[in-house]
Design a protein around this ligand. Structure first.
Ligand code: SP5
Ligand code: ZN
Length: 362
């Protein structure tokens, strides 16, 4: 297995998040990636490499152009307009019946985000790009024949939609990688120029890709990005949104739309889910993925399903993760693991290495 990690993740270090009416220290902090990296270095999974530098094209295949331009400049424009230099956080959110486009420097955050848990600081965009590059590098490695790669992404990505950020997520690393895998990576990578993208004619139809999301929270962003697609299957096992974040998506009746109908599968679960219960649900998820017969698997891996997680309410123990990894490996698919959430920092190293041990068949 190859691990891809960029120290640039640390450029994203939010001063706070807004939760239940309080400004609190952010759950999503640089220490998370440091802890996982240290545990990986102690374990023996293979090389740890920096990401290759990709240009914006494979990101633009998933995200809106105006959204990306906003993210790139949000902090500087916010500060120049008198916003608090601590971080960009909206005061007014675009919602159902007031969603007209308005993108002044102090207002765009409310147009492009859906909650108050994803502040933007000076280094957020560079960190998010490094995470997307890590996922893309992992995808490129699979296209080059690797069977397993782990993108130690931070900030995470699965809550970020086509043109919307939130839930600690800005760029949807897993979706960007899935799209790249489906496209076969054509025209992309080190040394490629805009002139070579896209080559015409496109050499082959999109390859089928499955995204399995095992973060505690529903991957609403990934779901939205692929909702009307039949070439990407999205399967998510998560806390019932009737009870837990992200509340407004992730229900079982969300099954895809148009040609994508039947290619979105949600497993919303009750509180206090045990190892045995989780593994039984995972079995159903894996059957759906095997039926879809994808060429590649992207695994959005969160460890906030752990019993000790400060914002989760499942009851998984550390023993669950090697078993989860083992079962997923039995699909026999080239797999890219993309790091998402997990906030029980003291347990993150053990849980992450546990999952990877299972995936590696160790
Ligand atoms: C990537 C990721 O895991 N993002 C999660 C963002 C969740 N933010 C809101 C959490 C709401 C928690 N409410 C339960 C508090 C339990 N005391
Ligand atoms: Zn989560």
């Amino acid at each position: 297995m190859i691990t891809i990690f960029s120290p640039d993740h640390a450029l994203h270090d939010a001063p706070h998040e807004f939760l239940d009416g309080k400004l609190i220290p952010p759950h999503e902090a640089p220490v998370r990636a440091r802890i996982i990296l240290e545990a990986l270095e102690r374990a023996d999974f293979g090389p740890i490499q920096p990401p290759r530098a990709f240009d914006l094209e494979p990101i633009r295949a998933v995200h809106d152009h105006g959204y990306l331009a906003y993210l790139a400049q949000a902090y500087e424009r916010w500060v120049a307009a008198g916003g608090d230099p601590a971080a960009v956080l909206p005061s007014t959110l675009a919602v159902r019946w007031m969603s007209r486009r308005s993108v002044g420097p102090l207002v765009a955050p409310g147009y492009y985000s859906f909650d108050l848990s994803a502040p933007i600081v000076a280094g957020t965009y560079r960190a998010a790009r490094s995470a997307a590059d890590a996922a893309l590098t992992g995808a490129a490695l699979l296209l080059e024949g690797q069977q397993l790669a782990y993108a130690l992404c931070r900030p995470p990505g699965h809550h970020a939609g086509h043109d919307l950020y939130g839930g600690y997520c800005y760029l949807n690393n897993a979706a960007i990688a899935a799209q790249y895998l489906g496209d076969g990576g054509w025209g992309m990578g080190d040394g490629d120029t805009l002139d070579s993208y896209p080559p015409s004619p496109i050499p082959h139809p999109p390859q089928r890709v499955a995204v399995l999301d095992i973060d505690f929270h529903h991957g609403n962003g990934t779901q939205q990005i692929f909702y009307e697609r039949d070439d990407v299957l999205f399967v998510s096992i998560h806390a019932d949104p009737a009870r837990e974040y992200p509340y407004f998506a992730g229900y079982a009746d969300e099954q895809g739309a148009g040609v994508g109908r039947g290619f979105n599968l949600n497993f919303p679960l009750e509180a206090s889910v045990t190892n045995a219960r989780y593994l039984a649900i995972l079995e159903q998820a894996l059957i759906a993925i095997a039926d879809f017969a994808p060429r590649f698997l992207v695994l959005s891996a969160g460890f906030d399903t752990f019993g000790g997680d400060p914002i989760g309410d499942f009851a998984l123990t550390a023993d669950a993760y090697p078993l989860i990894g083992q079962r997923i490996a039995q699909l026999g698919l080239p797999t890219l693991v993309v790091q998402e959430g997990g906030y029980a920092v003291a347990a993150l190293g053990e849980n992450a290495t546990g999952l990877l041990r299972g995936l590696n068949g160790m």
